[in-house]
Ligand binder design. Structure first.
Ligand code: ATP
Length: 360
């Protein structure tokens, strides 16, 4: 079988640093599991835009479209803006053009890391926020109106086609987590169906799709109650699926529950394409100091290998993904690392090294 083609966009700031860590770990996995990724590196980002007037190097976007998977660091610098005042963020255009509707954001507590929650059961936090990423309230992006400086409107949009795919993704994810021995076999639909017609429609489609997955428990929560429960007892949740704006908010809450943005991985998945990246930005405040926490980037890389392996029917890619997840778990469990972000003294390279040692 052909080597999987990976389009790599390291980007700016700590994106470059966490990508170096991920690539070193991928090198180790290739050697140990006997596979090879055809990695293509594409310049791009805010610094590149400042030099060249282009967000990505010529052909970069098409290379992303042609690749089997996209691995992304982070892009954007606060002092570099496009002519319309927005930040350099070509991955948002990839999300739109490649219809990456499933935003998968795992929230997992690692051993020996501090938690903002006092309850010892917080050790067991292991859930996924599945954020619909192409429609919902964000469908109104660029289309909102202000009338006579008196009324402003943005319109939320839910489509049956995308919702069905989203919910199927949620149930399959719950099945897969269960098969890997870490899920609870449960999907919670988070909505506001008691108030909005669009949300009642969202819930109706969820209930329809749930019938196709009888092995997985399907339940519901209103988004306000879900926010409360995520702080009170997050260890009870497994897969939580929701509209774009709700996911935007609750996934940051999730990152906060387990220590910070360096612990927040992300996969953006469509039917033909997928992009894997940490949920954090370029962190200009710590860039260039070797202090960035690469955990989110490493877990995102594991998600990429797992997705590629399942899609291509290549067991060794799935094994490599599981081994990487296990090595990260062990590095924390053995107290070999504690990132600066969480009050420790482990830099980017220390964390990559500790994970690689546990893969050898
Ligand atoms: P964006 O809008 O692009 O998401 P942002 O400025 O809102 O960017 P980040 O760049 O993610 O957010 O940074 C937010 C804070 O989290 C900063 O203080 C940053 O140093 C910290 N941070 C983000 N990622 C990491 C990381 N991997 N390791 C350590 N600290 C991080």
């Amino acid at each position: 079988m052909n080597e999987p083609r990976i389009a790599i966009f390291a980007g700016d700031g700590i994106g470059l640093e966490v990508m170096d860590a991920a690539e070193a770990v991928l090198d180790t996995l290739e050697r140990r599991f006997g596979f090879k990724l055809a990695r293509e590196h594409h310049p791009g980002g805010a610094a590149y835009y400042r030099e060249t007037g282009r967000e990505l190097a010529q052909g970069g976007f098409e290379a992303a479209r042609a690749a089997d998977a996209i691995l992304f660091g982070a892009m954007g610098l606060p002092d570099v803006r496009l002519p319309d005042g927005t930040e350099v963020a070509p991955h948002l255009e990839m999300r739109r053009q490649f219809h990456l509707f499933a935003g998968v954001r795992p929230v997992k507590k690692y051993e020996n890391t501090p938690s903002p929650l006092g309850d010892p059961r917080a050790e067991a936090i292991d859930l996924v926020i599945l954020r619909e990423s192409t429609e919902g309230l964000f469908a109104s992006r660029g289309k909102g109106t202000v009338e006579n400086d008196a009324v402003a409107r943005d319109t939320l949009e839910i489509t049956r086609a995308t919702s069905e795919k989203l919910f199927d993704h949620a149930f399959r994810l719950a099945e897969r987590r269960l098969a890997k021995g870490r899920g609870k076999g449960r999907v919670t639909c988070v909505d506001k169906s008691n108030v909005f017609v669009s949300m009642a429609f969202f819930r109706k489609i969820f209930d329809e799709r749930a019938k196709a997955f009888p092995e997985i428990a399907a339940d519901h929560a209103y988004v306000d109650a879900a926010a409360l429960e995520l702080v009170r007892k997050p260890w009870t949740f497994d897969v939580m699926v929701m509209e774009n704006m709700f996911g935007d908010i609750l996934s940051d809450l999730g990152g906060g529950l387990v220590g910070g943005m360096g612990m927040a991985p992300c996969a953006e998945i469509g039917t033909e394409h997928a992009l894997f990246q940490p949920a954090h930005g370029t962190a200009p405040d710590i860039a260039g100091q070797g202090k960035a926490n690469p955990t989110a980037m490493l877990v995102s890389s594991a998600m990429m290998l797992d997705w590629l392996g399942e899609r291509r029917g290549e067991a060794r890619l799935v094994e490599a993904a599981d081994a990487l997840d296990a090595a990260i778990d062990r590095a924390y469990a053995e107290a070999a690392i504690l990132p600066f972000e969480l009050g420790g003294t482990s830099g980017t390279a220390d964390i990559a090294r500790a994970v690689m040692d546990r893969l050898a």
